[in-house]
Ligand binder design. Sequence first.
Ligand SMILES: [Zn+2]
Length: 312
Amino acid sequence: MNQMLKKWLVMGLVLLFSLGGCSASDVSNGGTESGKIRVTTTIGMINDIVKNVGGEHVETIGLMKSGVDPHLYKASQGDIKKLDTADMIFYNGLHLEGKMVDIFEKMAKKKPTIAVTKNIPKSKLHAPLDGSQDVDPHVWFNVKHWISATETVAEELSAFDKQHASDYKQNAERYIEKLRQLDDYVTKQIATIPKQTRVLVTAHDAFGYFGEEYGIKVMGLQGISTASEYGSKDVSELRDYLVKNKIKAVFVESSVPKKAIEAVIEGAKEKGHAIKIGGELFSDAMGAEGTEEGTYIGMVKHNVDTIVSALK
Ligand SMILES: [Zn+2]
């Protein structure tokens, strides 16, 4: 073989390999090998929307599992990789994922990175009960806001993958119908609690939108974000309120330590008023995967049933 021929052969091989490399990187940037869109989400409630709306066209990865607190969540190297290899990212926004804001900004330059709360009218958003932040991020507990989030996911998936837009629309309609039924269920169930004991006391103010929409007074101990510590003044104020109003039960949350609420119960006991723990509510994270409470609808139902049976 002469030198010239050798040179051409090498060049040809180089070309072949670089083409191969190109198509391999296409797979990592434009969907899975099965042709599904890769979506990475933060909280489980959002992952649930994407699964329901995306159906067979989408493969989802949820970063925050059951019992995880999104306010304090820091992305690991593994998480960054999952965000990097995704085709699309959906997150809550409104500063819920407070430690991931920079990452979302970076990702937004490379791929659709969408806050599912972006189309909820600003007038419907309000400050948390303790005024610690501008906007309360826990919008999912007003089911109507989660319907808006579902519509946003459907629009964004359709824009990204026009070929399957009608499927996304249909899936979203089906899921939204279930959410409407859920909204109705919550309204009716909460209304069965006598008005004077319709008070929901939990460790942090995750239920502001819930209380406003469904007519139950909400009191938290820890403020809007679990990042802010509660003080002994909060404990004594809440204790006095519960004793005075003869509230029977308070609730603990799966993603918040129990000790704050236990301090209140202990304080009330010293004042001669018995308060029981009404049960565990899901606030910022859903139940375990594969269980009823591991879905958004199941989680909301669990909360409502737990609240109603303890306060009724
Ligand atoms: Zn929270």
